[in-house]
Design a protein around this ligand. Structure first.
Ligand code: C2E
Ligand code: MG
Ligand code: MG
Length: 241
């Protein structure tokens, strides 16, 4: 926990592009741990531990505040940036916190950020744990005006019946389905089925892990509106973003 006070965590930002215009539509905030002895540690190595110990709650609160502060700074200082959104990953422990809605409201007010500029990314697992409670919470989040996206879609087990009942904004198609889409018809059919379903539910689709130019045209043709991946940019520090 001392690491938070010692300011060893930093956020990097990866652009999310509109596949039609190739313009940046938003950024996903991703946390990094700059450990004094071990160097840069990737989130997949420390997030699971932070979840087990409960440290993810203060860490996640810091990530949310820092990401909102940064987006507001861009919106205020960069021409054309007022419509950008920021996507922030929420862990299940944060999502189950009884003060989540109040905490988010407080950060938005403090940062003077419009609620619709914030997109919360949840994994499918979180959404399916307790569908009735999740639906109630999602309705509260919609009421305060923030948006919710299902991350890594296709890797967990979502029930389509529940998905239909949840007030969601978008689905992020997991990069395992985007990888190889140019040479693999099965992958393309999966992405096509997901986007067709999403469109029918009124959800936006973001494709993750775009690494090749050919994938853009295909994804666009399949109905994906947005994309994110190393082809556009790796996650980068705020000044570079
Ligand atoms: P995620 O939310 O699905 O984030 C996307 C991950 O894919 C990022 O890894 C990103 O760097 C990587 N990525 C993006 N484009 C490409 C690509 O073209 N190819 C490949 N191979 N990878 C790509 P990262 O930053 O290592 O984060 C991993 C996971 O850690 C995230 O997956 C998210 O689940 C979690 N995470 C990161 N930051 C936070 C946070 O602040 N809070 C919580 N709760 N989880 C976080
Ligand atoms: Mg994410
Ligand atoms: Mg993802």
């Amino acid at each position: 926990a001392g690491a938070l006070e010692r300011r060893e965590f930093a956020l990097v930002y990866q652009p999310i592009a509109s596949l039609d215009s190739n313009r940046i539509a938003g950024f996903e905030a991703l946390v990094r741990w700059q450990h004094p002895g071990l160097g840069l540690i990737a989130p997949l190595e420390f997030i699971p531990i932070a979840e087990k110990t409960g440290f993810i709650v203060p860490l996640g609160a810091w990530v949310l505040r820092e990401a909102c502060r940064q987006l507001k700074a861009w919106q205020d200082s960069v021409p054309g940036a007022s419509e950008l959104w920021i996507s922030v990953n929420l862990s299940s422990l944060q999502f189950r916190s009884s003060t989540l809605v109040d905490d988010i409201t407080e950060v938005l007010v403090e940062c003077h950020l419009e609620p619709r500029s914030l997109v919360l990314e949840l994994t499918e697992g979180i959404a399916m744990e307790n569908p009735a409670a999740v639906r109630a919470l999602l309705l509260q989040l919609r009421a305060i005006g923030v948006r919710v996206s299902v991350d890594d879609f296709g890797t967990g087990h979502s029930s389509l019946a529940y998905l239909r009942q949840f007030p969601l904004h978008s689905l992020k198609v997991d990069r395992s389905f985007v990888r190889g889409i140019e040479g693999n018809r099965d992958m393309a059919s999966i992405v096509s089925a997901v986007t067709t379903m999403a469109q029918q539910l009124g959800l936006r689709v973001v494709a993750e892990g775009i690494e090749k130019e050919e994938q853009i045209g295909l994804l666009r043709a399949l109905g994906c509106e947005y994309g994110q991946g190393y082809l556009f940019s790796r996650p980068i520090h705020a000044d570079a973003a």
